[in-house]
Design a protein around this ligand. Structure first.
Ligand code: GLU
Length: 492
C-alpha cells in the first residue's frame, strides 16, 4: 500500500480486555501516533464457541475508556473493512483459492481419530510426535477432488515447501530469529467447518489491511514462522514483527487472578484513572529514558518507539500504580474529576441528576480530597459527610477522643462556634468563618485545635475529615447548624 505505518490491535472477544492485551493495544496505538501512522482495531471472532458480542462490547468500552482511539475498526469503519473476522469470510476463501491454484494448499481427509492414533503410536515408538505425516499431501489430485465432490469432510493444509531453509526474521524487540522449517507441520488453514484457523485469518487480514508492523504478545512468537510461510505461499510481503514479553505478578509468576485485578474494567472499578493505567502499562516493558515515570499521553505518543521495548519480563508493582494514580489525581482537572468520580459520588450520597445540575459545586469537592486520594473510589467514604443534609453520623472513636474527652470543654467549644456560625451578618465563606471562630480562642482561653476539633466531628462525623472550613463553606448554614444541634443532642 503506502509506506505509512499501519498497526493493529486484534483482540479475540473470548473475555474482557486483560491488562496484557491493553498493554499491546497501548504500544500499537502509541507507535502509530509517534510515527504518524494508523491504528486499526480488528475483532478476531472466528472462535465462535468462545467469542461473544458482549465481550466485544466490553473490549470496545475498555479501549474507549483508556482513550485509545482507533483510526479504523468497529464503530468508525475504514477503507479496508469490515473489521470483524466473521464478516471477512469471503477474503479467506479467496486466499485459499490463490493457494490452491498455486498448489500450495491441499485437502486433508484424515479424521481426528486417525490423527490421534498416529500421535499415540509416534509417542510410543520414539517418545515424540513430529507433526502431521503429510499422508494426504501425496494423494492423487483427481482422487482428492472426487472425495471432496462426494462430500467427504476435509480440512485444507499448507504445503510447506520441501527443503525450505530456516525461517528467519528480525524481530523489532527480540532481534534476529531463526526457526527450522523441517519441524513445521503442514499447518491447517481452513477447518472442516470452513472456518479459517487463527494463523491463516491473521495473515490474510494483516496483508489485506496493509499492516506494516505486527506488535503483539510473545505468546504468538511460535506462530510467526508459520505465518511467514503463509505470506510466502501467497506471495505477499512480510510485515515487521515485534513481540512483547510477559507481564508477571510481584511473585515472578505469570499474572493471574491470584494477583488481584487483571482486566481494564477492574482497574476502572477500583478507582484508577485511564491516564494512570495507560502510563503505568506503557512502562511495563518500555521506558522513555530509563528513569522518567510520569509520562503524559502526548509524550508517549511522540516518543514511543520499539527500540526501547525490553525483552525482559515486566513485573507489575501495585505500589507504583497507586503512587502514580495519586500523582494523576493531584494534577487532574476538577470537572474531569467529577465526571470520572460519578459512580463514587453517587455512592457517597449524590444523585446523577444533581451532579448534572450543579457541576461547579461538585468541582469544588475536588480540592477537598485531591491531596488525600489514592483512588477515585475513596470519594465514596471520604465525601459521604457532604451529603448528610442536617444529619450527622458520628464516628465512635472521635466521639470518645474529642467530644467526651476529660477537660476538653468540647460542649462549650461547639456552642460557641454555633453562635458564631449562626450570625447571619457573617459571610458564608471559608476564610471569614474560620477567622470568626478563631477569634473565640482568646476570650475563651482555648487553643484552636480544642475549639475546632469538636466542630469538625459535629460537621464531618470524625476527626480526620478533609479541610473543615472549606467543607463548611460548601454546605449551607442551616445544614451545619442542624448537624451541630444533632451532635449536642446526641452526646451531651
Ligand atoms: N487474536 C489474537 C489474540 O487475541 C491476537 C493475534 C495477533 O495479534 O496476531 O491473542
Amino acid at each position: 500500500m503506502t509506506d505509512t505505518v499501519r498497526v493493529r490491535f486484534a483482540p479475540s472477544p473470548t473475555g474482557k480486555l486483560h491488562i496484557g492485551g491493553a498493554r499491546t493495544a497501548i504500544y500499537n496505538w502509541a507507535y502509530a501516533r509517534a510515527k504518524g501512522g494508523k491504528f486499526i482495531l480488528r475483532i478476531e471472532d472466528t472462535d465462535e464457541q468462545r467469542s461473544t458480542e458482549e465481550n466485544t462490547q466490553v473490549i470496545l468500552r475498555a479501549m474507549s475508556w483508556l482513550g485509545l482511539d482507533w483510526d479504523e475498526g468497529p464503530l468508525v469503519g475504514g477503507p479496508v473493512g469490515p473489521y470483524r473476522q466473521t464478516e471477512r469470510m469471503d477474503t479467506y476463501a479467496q486466499a485459499l483459492e490463490v493457494l490452491k491454484a498455486k498448489g500450495a494448499a491441499y485437502p486433508c481427509f484424515c479424521t481426528k481419530e486417525e490423527l490421534d492414533a498416529k500421535r499415540a503410536a509416534a509417542t510410543e515408538a520414539n517418545g515424540g510426535y513430529d507433526g502431521y505425516d503429510r499422508t494426504c499431501r501425496y494423494l492423487d489430485p483427481a482422487v482428492a477432488a472426487a472425495r471432496i465432490a462426494a462430500g467427504e469432510p476435509h480440512v485444507w493444509r499448507l504445503a510447506v515447501p520441501e527443503g525450505h531453509g530456516p525461517i528467519e526474521f528480525d524481530d523489532a524487540v527480540y532481534g534476529h530469529m531463526s526457526f527450522p522449517a523441517e519441524v513445521m507441520d503442514d499447518l491447517i488453514l481452513v477447518r472442516t467447518d470452513g472456518m479459517p484457523t487463527y494463523n491463516f485469518a491473521v495473515v490474510c487480514d494483516d496483508a489485506n489491511m496493509g499492516i506494516t508492523h505486527v506488535i503483539r504478545g510473545d505468546d504468538h512468537l511460535s506462530n510467526t514462522p508459520r505465518q511467514i510461510l503463509i505470506y510466502e505461499a501467497l506471495g505477499l510481503p512480510v510485515p515487521t514483527f515485534g513481540h512483547l514479553s510477559m507481564i508477571l505478578g510481584p511473585d515472578g509468576k505469570k499474572l493471574s487472578k491470584r494477583h488481584g485485578a487483571t482486566s481494564v474494567e477492574e482497574y476502572r472499578d477500583n478507582g484508577y484513572l485511564p491516564d494512570t493505567v495507560v502510563n503505568f502499562l506503557a512502562l511495563l516493558g518500555w521506558s522513555l529514558d530509563g528513569q522518567t515515570t510520569i509520562i503524559p499521553r502526548d509524550v508517549l505518543c511522540s516518543k514511543f518507539d520499539l527500540d526501547r521495548v525490553t525483552r525482559k519480563d515486566a513485573i507489575l508493582d501495585e505500589t507504583k500504580l497507586a503512587w502514580m494514580n495519586q500523582q494523576y489525581i493531584k494534577a487532574m482537572d476538577p470537572q474531569q474529576w467529577v465526571s470520572l468520580s460519578e459512580p463514587w459520588l453517587i455512592e457517597a450520597g449524590a444523585t446523577a441528576q444533581d451532579i448534572a445540575q450543579r457541576p461547579e459545586w461538585y468541582a469544588k469537592l475536588y480540592p477537598l480530597i485531591a491531596e488525600r486520594q489514592t483512588k477515585l473510589s475513596e470519594a465514596a467514604d471520604k465525601l459521604a459527610y457532604m451529603f448528610w443534609g442536617g444529619q450527622v453520623t458520628l464516628d465512635e472513636t472521635s466521639v470518645t477522643k474529642v467530644l467526651r474527652k476529660e477537660g476538653a470543654r468540647a460542649q462549650e467549644a461547639l456552642e460557641a462556634c454555633r453562635s458564631v456560625l449562626a450570625n447571619e451578618d457573617l459571610a458564608w465563606e471559608c476564610d471569614a468563618l474560620q477567622q470568626a471562630c478563631r477569634d473565640l480562642c482568646e476570650p475563651m482561653e482555648m487553643k484552636p485545635k480544642l475549639l475546632f476539633q469538636p466542630l469538625r466531628v459535629a460537621v464531618c462525623g470524625n476527626m480526620v475529615s478533609p479541610p473543615l472550613f472549606e467543607s463548611i463553606e460548601l454546605l449551607s448554614r442551616s445544614e451545619v447548624l442542624a448537624r451541630i444541634d444533632a451532635t449536642l443532642n446526641q452526646v451531651f
